[in-house]
Design a protein around this ligand. Structure first.
Ligand SMILES: O=C(O)CCC(=O)C(=O)O
Ligand SMILES: [Fe+2]
Length: 244
């Protein structure tokens, strides 16, 4: 090789710092743990009856961040429903869910409610960690589904978006680059995922419009308990009279 040749090759090698295209997008599917026939025939039927009764009672328009009703983002109704049997079942599968999602839910408490989607209802793409302060404490999302059979509505799939980030960290990601997986809101099934995952509820078509024909979901989170004051914060080391 001549000197001439080696000096012409060098600048080219320096310019090409990476073989990876500047347009490359890093894609990661988001893990969803889904369990079907979760509570069994009898317990799920009993829970459905309570959910239907609640749908005939006092439900309020669902809020987006705990306070605001924003109809172009979310259209459904929500209310309270005690579900001790569901919480106990969740506790039983929690170790496997934690292992699968790579999270720890030690020292958490559940926060949950009933969401009812009827004709035309939906919830646009969102993360469960955005919004009022407490949502940052959410470590695990769970959604348990109930409906009459045959399923009296169409749509209402849970769409969970894959991660799609430009490898070049200086470039902004585009929403259109995202791929996704849809999950059927099948009666007596439950899904678990990280609250940071982007997800949405596809529009529901419920031709009868009857409350009992709705898509019912018990949706909640395991939330980190607020930190207790530590011993140092709690105990005053000096009697007040010694302080300035
Ligand atoms: O009902 C579902 O499938 C999900 C509901 C949801 O994403 C939420 O309430 O934050
Ligand atoms: Fe959500």
């Amino acid at each position: 090789m001549t000197v001439q040749e080696s000096t012409t090759a060098a600048p080219d090698a320096e310019e090409r710092t990476s073989r990876v295209s500047a347009d490359a997008i890093w894609r990661l599917p988001v893990t969803v743990c889904r369990i079907t026939d979760f509570l069994g025939e009898r317990a799920s039927a009993a829970l459905l009856e309570r959910a239907v009764a609640a749908a005939y009672g006092a439900l309020a328009p669902s809020t987006v961040d705990g306070t605001q009703v924003i109809p172009k983002v979310r259209r459904s109704r929500s209310g309270l429903l005690a579900v001790p049997e569901l919480l106990e079942a969740i506790d039983e599968v929690l170790p496997a869910v934690e292992r699968t999602l790579g999270i720890s839910c030690a020292d958490t408490e559940p926060s949950y409610g009933l969401n009812v989607h009827n004709d035309g209802d939906f919830y646009r793409a969102h993360q469960d960690t955005r919004g009022v302060g407490y949502s940052a404490n959410r470590l695990l999302t769970f959604v348990y589904y109930l409906h009459r059979r045959p399923r009296p509505f169409l749509g209402g799939e849970l769409r969970v978006f894959d991660v799609a980030l430009p490898l070049d960290s200086g470039r902004a990601g585009k929403w259109e680059d995202r791929t996704w997986q849809d999950w059927e809101p099948e009666h007596d099934s439950i899904v678990f995922f990280r609250p940071t995952a982007w997800h949405e509820v596809r529009k529901v078509e419920c031709p009868s419009g009857r409350p009992e024909d709705s898509r019912f979901a018990i949706n909640g989170w395991l939330c980190a308990r607020p930190a207790l004051p530590s011993a140092r914060d709690d105990v005053d080391p000096l009697p007040r009279t010694f302080k300035n």
